[in-house]
Ligand binder design. Structure first.
Ligand code: FES
Length: 175
């Protein structure tokens, strides 16, 4: 059974304005079409994860059934259903990256951080995740960290990335 995490709902005016702007791009009876971008906005405004209550809120706003939101959130790895670390190491675990040793690198990272894949460190800094192909197979093994790709990974590069995260030297957003 999944752990039920608590989350404060903060449907701020800024967030609602952004959602309404997204909804305005679709016909009134096709609000569901805005589901993916709306979920991104809501997740970004809530520490990068979506509780059941938040998903229910999104369903209410889009006039769809909650199950339709749960299905999408559980299908796509870019949506998170539990609190995540500030730094999410999202390793691509599709075949080309596996052939280039990504599984060893994930094991190495997990051991170094003291977590299993899918877990977050006790200090809330790091989450290690496995995701499907990120479209950068020519740069395997690779991972996503924030808005950026980290490519041709090695254990030395992982060490450096972890140090840089701990020393607040990593930029996460491409904005
Ligand atoms: S297989 Fe890893 S980016 Fe495509």
């Amino acid at each position: 059974m999944e752990t039920a995490y608590k989350q404060n709902l903060n449907m701020s005016e800024t967030l609602m304005n952004r959602i309404n702007e997204l909804l305005s791009r679709y016909p009134e009876d096709k609000k569901k079409s805005a589901l993916l971008p709306v979920l991104h906005e809501v997740q970004d405004a809530h520490d990068n994860w979506l509780s059941i209550e938040l998903m229910d809120k999104v369903a209410e706003i889009l006039s769809i059934k909650p199950i339709e939101v749960y299905e999408v959130v559980s299908f796509y790895s870019m949506y998170n259903r539990s609190p995540q670390g500030k730094y999410m190491f999202e390793f691509c675990k599709t075949s080309p990256c596996c052939l280039r040793g990504v599984e060893d690198l994930m094991d190495y990272t997990c051991e170094k951080l003291g977590v299993e894949v899918g877990e977050t460190t006790a200090d809330g800094l790091f989450t290690v995740k496995g995701v499907e192909c990120l479209g950068a197979c020519g740069y395997a093994p690779m991972m996503q960290l924030g808005d950026f790709y980290k490519e041709h990974l090695t254990k030395e590069k992982i060490d450096q990335l972890i140090d840089d995260c701990k020393n607040d030297k990593i930029i996460l957003l491409d904005k």
